[in-house]
Design a protein around this ligand. Structure first.
Ligand code: PEP
Ligand code: MN
Length: 679
């Protein structure tokens, strides 16, 4: 018979084996969780799936019951396991999970960005693999494609100023700034062995090195300068050539990595040479409220006197100190500017979120680039001391709060920014050289659909001569029947754009889908949202991101309140250039295609500062009623009209009954002049 002690020992050994297996299984479960996180990130699937969590709990409780395990204990353990797995997925998606090696894109091997990325990872004690890309654009593309977790890009240099490419990428891309890193840039001359400076025959370097050391390089009498894609390549060549008269420019760390010696340190034009880098991620990462934090944004000021000052005044008045203001030309708008603003503040802080709301209504366009731990503020933050964290208890909801606009508070209406409460002055929107809203009145006219180059060119000339200022033409047509003409698509848009250029008119066309928005915004001056898409919230959100005026048609069965709520979607994301277009609503009346709600004009003028446009073509559906209602709209205080005109209305491929001929349009334009607009 076995001794009791040895029996106990045997049992304990069995327990030890079981513990080993349990822990191994937990480890394996988390490895699978890691794969799930990757799958979800690749398909941009939400991390939290409450249904799935409930199913998992129910399944393990069932197993516990049938295996005779304590159900409550199993439930508790699994709750913990699931919570841990969600928080790991959050961390890995934000690119900051310590156990997982991060992939970080940088431009150029052994560039200063490369070294900054290494520093960023090492001060945070995170393992990482640097992925070298040929350009900044390629680094951002790799990030967007999910090939890397972070990208590190230079944003400003104390000597050379702002890095324009990075600013352009921030403007165009859907990425968030989640950190910054400042490094002192110690440019050195490096070679295979010491040599008198006069004997140097070739200097190999990347562009920034040649630029920032230009004065020193001028003192080398016999050296030709050879531009290389990156410091790594330059140094590798110098090392391979083994010729002491060939030298490279780069950081001492880079020289060491390539077996070169430093011949001369501090060769940059400016002794204090620092570069600030931004760390980008696909998703925002919340920063603890206690950590020093900066927020970066792009702001386009309204076309009003003192508009920029008013916007910056919002930051000052709310106690946010601005750390940087940089102006850049606004793309496609010669001599207009947008501003890159950095200030001390955290979007997770309600005070900052309020200030951002106020900023949205003072600006024409606002894009929040991210809130991130500050390492270069005037406060006492030290690099690395404000490690960006996904706090242990950060929920997915917390991340989403950062990514989406703050909801209206209970006391406010659905349309806080669209309301007069946010802004008492009328919003004036600039389209080309035209101003819409405030005191002016203008007419947008053209065919329902672009049908051919000839048709749109002829219409453009006719409406221009009659006095229209903006050319309309649908190319993506939301037709009631799938068998009806659907529009010419992108080809039609080219034709519309050409007709607009030929007649000197800005153009407006309808956008139907999220994936059309960016491309269309490049080509048209105003993006129209059709009645059927008024509450396509994904589309509205996307339109909030572009710097283009939007004409938002009223939904055919929407109340004014719902309509302003839809406008608010665009405003709340950042684009304040929204005009509203009344185009008739569904009522019991069948004599007209829709009932043109002219009451909406004074109501909107009272409730909102946004310009109000009226479309009597769709509002009536009958050619004969267009002119009377157009005049009535002007008399009631509309800021403009949208009218369908066709060279041969009866043959129009869409909306033939309501399209005006050229003479009819001319006579309408004349009769409008006799209308006295509402005060
Ligand atoms: C249009 O303007 O041609 C159009 C389709 O309008 P709505 O969305 O108002 O029907
Ligand atoms: Mn139409």
């Amino acid at each position: 018979m076995a001794e009791p002690e040895s029996e106990l020992l045997a049992l304990r050994n069995r327990l030890g084996d079981l513990d080993q297996r349990i822990v191994e299984l937990i480890a394996e479960r988390f490895r699978v969780v890691g794969d799930v996180a990757k799958e979800k990130a690749a398909s941009d699937t939400a991390i939290r799936d409450s249904d799935r969590e409930r199913q998992v709990l129910a399944a393990v409780e069932h197993i516990a019951r049938s295996e005779g395990a304590p159900v409550n204990l199993v439930r508790r353990i699994y709750r913990d396991l699931l919570a841990e797995s969600v928080s790991r997925q959050v961390s890995s998606r934000s690119g900051l999970l310590k156990e997982v090696a991060l992939r970080v894109a940088v431009r150029g091997e052994h560039s200063f960005g490369f070294l900054a990325a290494q520093k960023y990872l090492s001060t945070r004690d995170v393992d990482g693999e640097l992925v070298v890309t040929p350009t900044y654009q390629a680094a951002v593309d790799a990030l967007k494609a999910g090939e890397v977790d972070l990208a590190v890009l230079p944003i400003e240099n104390t000597a050379a100023g702002s890095v324009d490419d990075t600013y352009d990428l921030l403007r165009e891309s859907e990425v968030s700034i989640v950190g910054e890193e400042t490094s002192s840039v110690d440019y050195c001359l490096c070679g295979v062995s010491d040599i008198p400076l006069g004997a140097i025959s070739q200097v190999l370097a990347a562009g920034d090195g040649l630029e920032q050391c230009s004065r020193f390089l001028q003192t080398l009498p016999n050296a030709s300068q050879i531009l290389h894609f990156d410091t790594g390549a330059a140094m590798r060549l110098v090392h391979a050539a083994g010729d002491a008269t060939h030298v490279a420019i780069g950081a001492p760390e880079a020289a060491a990595a390539h077996g070169l010696v430093v011949l001369r340190r501090g060769i940059a034009n400016h002794a204090e040479n620092f570069t600030r880098f931004v760390v980008l991620s696909r998703h925002p990462v919340p920063v603890e409220l206690s950590a020093p934090c900066k927020t970066s944004l792009i702001l386009i000021a309204r076309h009003e006197h003192g508009a920029l000052m008013r916007s910056l005044g919002v930051l000052a008045a709310s106690g946010h100190s601005m750390t940087k203001l940089e102006s850049r030309p606004r793309p496609g708008r010669p001599f207009e500017y947008m501003f890159f603003v950095d200030f001390e503040g955290n979007i997770a802080d309600p005070r900052t979120a309020d200030a951002l709301d106020d900023l949205r209504s003072t600006a024409l366009h606002l894009k929040v680039l991210g809130s991130y731990p500050a390492t270069t503020t005037t406060g006492d933050a030290q690099p690395g001391d404000a490690t960006p964290l996904v706090p242990p208890d950060a929920s997915v909801e917390a991340l989403e709060t950062v990514a989406t606009p703050r909801p209206a508070t209970k006391a406010s209406k659905n349309y806080r920014l669209a309301g007069r409460g946010a802004r008492s002055d009328d919003t004036v929107i600039r389209v080309g050289n035209l101003l819409i809203g405030g005191g002016g009145f203008l007419v947008m006219a053209g065919p329902c659909s672009v049908e051919s180059a000839d048709q749109i060119n002829a219409t453009a000339r006719a409406v221009r001569e009659a006095g229209a200022q903006i050319l309309r033409g649908g190319v993506f047509k939301p037709r009631t029947s799938p068998y009806a003409f659907q529009g010419l698509g992108w080809e039609g848009l080219e034709q519309l754009a050409a007709a607009g250029r030929a007649t000197g008119m800005p153009i407006i066309s309808e956008v139907m889908a999220v994936d059309q928005v960016r491309r269309m915004a490049e080509m048209v001056d105003v993006l129209q949202v059709g009645t059927r898409n008024m509450q396509n919230f994904d589309l509205l959100r996307e339109l909030g991101k572009v710097d283009r005026p939007i004409l938002l048609k009223r939904g055919l069965s929407s109340t004014i309140d719902e309509w302003l709520g839809a406008a608010e979607y665009i405003l709340a994301i950042g684009n304040q250039q929204v005009m509203l277009c009344e185009r008739g609503i569904r009522t019991f009346e069948t004599s007209t295609r829709n009932t043109l709600d002219l009451c909406a004009i004074p109501v909107l003028r009272e409730l909102t500062h946004l310009p109000v446009i009226v479309d009597p073509s769709h509002g009536t559906g009958h050619r004969a009623y267009v002119a009377p209602m157009a005049k009535a709209a002007r008399a009631a205080g509309a800021h403009g009209l949208l009218i369908e005109v066709h060279p041969d209305p009866d043959k129009a491929l869409s909306d033939a009954e309501q399209s005006l001929s050229f003479p009819e349009f001319l006579s309408l334009m004349r009769s409008l002049q006799t209308v006295v607009p509402a005060a």
